[in-house]
Design a protein around this ligand. Structure first.
Ligand SMILES: [Zn+2]
Length: 69
């Protein structure tokens, strides 16, 4: 399988910032097809874990940890 990568991004604002980030990466960088998102939010620890995967070409999963501070 493809190798997994984890990016950590910090956001000063709440879900508005996360939505902005999401729009930048909602298309697959490899084939341009719309990617599939999985979100796991943890409000106690103030982070949002996001996983992006392209079902068409198999790109990903790419994991991003959004820190909501
Ligand atoms: Zn793709």
């Amino acid at each position: 399988m493809s190798k997994r990568s984890v990016d950590v991004e910090s956001h000063e604002k709440y879900f508005i910032s996360v939505d902005e980030v999401r729009q930048q990466i909602e298309r697959c960088p490899k084939c341009g097809e719309k990617v599939e998102f999985t979100h796991l939010s943890d409000h106690e620890n103030m982070y949002l874990h996001e996983e992006v995967q392209c079902k068409k070409c198999g790109f990903g999963p790419v994991e991003t940890l959004h820190i909501l501070n």
